[in-house]
Design a protein around this ligand. Structure first.
Ligand SMILES: N[C@@H](CCC(=O)N[C@@H](CS)C(=O)NCC(=O)O)C(=O)O
Length: 193
């Protein structure tokens, strides 16, 4: 009969031979919790096979997730300089208003905050519109800054960017997601015809 340490946790052990406290394994005295034998009494039940397969597959899925995440993270890091260059090239010049009109726009812009990621293409799209409309809107990074991330999650309900925080004259706060909706809103409110 072959004895060796049981390499697996329950439920395989329910089929194992029990009641033996000490076993000699390759000349060493070991204290097994369970002994797995090749004796005729030992059989892997179909449940155990399913359980083993499930464990194996879930382990592989977790490993794959890590690899896929690493892959996309490295691509993003490689793309960062190109995205900044793209933003620099495609950002238009800001509109010019009269001093009084710009002062009013500046005042209203103080009630707006854009939660964003530096290299998110949808955020670049909104930042471009902000620049085009000459709006001094505060930008808050929600990727690395945990405080901003938490504020976005708590206020808006999800960590998704771009998100425009709009405070009205009464102090009521609204959170607007979707780059297209944000650009439309900014255009309607501050657009120069
Ligand atoms: N349809 C949305 C897409 C926004 C989106 O997918 N944003 C990504 C970043 S580029 C995001 O917030 N992902 C959540 C995260 O990475 O945690 C829009 O146009 O604003």
């Amino acid at each position: 009969m072959v004895f060796f340490d049981h390499p697996l946790p329950l439920p395989l052990s329910h089929k194992c031979e029990r009641g033996v406290n000490r076993v000699i394994n390759a000349g060493r005295v070991v204290q097994p919790t369970c002994i797995w034998t090749f004796s005729p009494q030992f059989k892997l039940t179909s449940f155990s096979w399913w359980w083993l397969s499930f464990k194996l597959i879930s382990y592989m899925v977790i490993q794959m997730k890590v690899v896929v995440r690493l892959f996309f993270r490295s691509i993003r890091i490689l793309l960062i300089p190109f995205m900044h260059l793209f933003e620099f090239i495609t950002t238009p010049k800001g509109v010019v208003r009269s001093a009084a009109a710009q002062e009013e726009v500046d005042r209203q812009s103080r009630n707006l905050v854009l939660y964003q990621f530096k290299t998110c293409p949808f955020c670049i799209k909104v930042r471009r519109e902000i620049k085009r409309l000459s709006l001094p809107i505060e930008l808050r990074d929600a990727q690395k800054n945990q405080q901003n991330r938490a504020a976005l999650l708590q206020g808006g309900g999800q960590v998704k960017v771009p998100c425009l925080q709009i405070k009205d004259e009464q102090g009521k706060v609204q959170w607007m997601y979707e780059s297209t909706a944000i650009n439309q809103y900014l255009h309607q409110r501050f657009g120069v015809i």
